[in-house]
Design a binder for this molecule. Sequence first.
Ligand SMILES: O=C(O)CCC(=O)C(=O)O
Ligand SMILES: [Fe+2]
Length: 279
Amino acid sequence: MERATIPVTDIGRLETEGIAALEDAGCLVVTGIAAAAERERLRTELAPYMERTRVEQGDDPETFFPGFTRRIISLVRRSEVVRDWIMHPMPRRLCDHFLQPNCDDRYQLHLTSALEVGPGARAQLLHREEDTLPWFPLPRPNLVLATMWAVSDFTADNGGTLLAPGSHRWPKERRPKEEEVAATEMEAGSVLVWLGGTLHAAGANVSDNWRYGVILTYSVGWVRQEENQALAVPDQLARELPRELLDMIGHTTNGLLGLSDRGFGEATPAYDGIVEMNR
Ligand SMILES: O=C(O)CCC(=O)C(=O)O
Ligand SMILES: [Fe+2]
């Protein structure tokens, strides 16, 4: 069997080729999305937090996150660049296609994390982003769409994300053969996209360089977000954020879920929905 490959496209071919390739393979690299200046700005914004992160100098093979890695979450409050990336038209177009049909109302931000894989890190265990939403049997409807923004280059030897193309259609028990797993190789500024049902993991880093990626995931609005944005984004900041971003991060209702009488920006008319239902 030939070695598995991850399809690659640029933004100009997203509609004509990219969407179909993502549907088919469950993963896709979109090149040339984040400019060098943005990536530098992001590194500067996150550096104070990354520097404080403890890097495990050993490794417990049972843990989900290997040693020799750095991870932080809560990026909405820590990075303006991330706020722009969350709302970028490319992932939103893909969410419109892959998530919106399974939404009763809207999709939402699910998780933000900056992930650095250091020299000596082993590969992560293969998993599906939807493993935290185990209710449906596999293959399940698309509930999550994941993006990995390449802040550094991603290579097969510096921890480039491993993916099993096609595994979003596999039953739960099926594990990939070695040749069914591909390592993501992409230049900084590219974005790897995969569906919540696709098996994947951070690769092992056998190089001398740190691999730097920002993972931003989205989910259908009727599931609980992986990252609790109501706690992660301080009220004072939320008051200053644009309504569209607040809606995306979940400071809003999805149908009748998420009621609150503390709206930021224009208050959400949460009770209008109930009034409508009782008419
Ligand atoms: O770092 C990577 O390449 C993948 C990370 C990942 O899949 C996760 O943390 O869920
Ligand atoms: Fe993952």
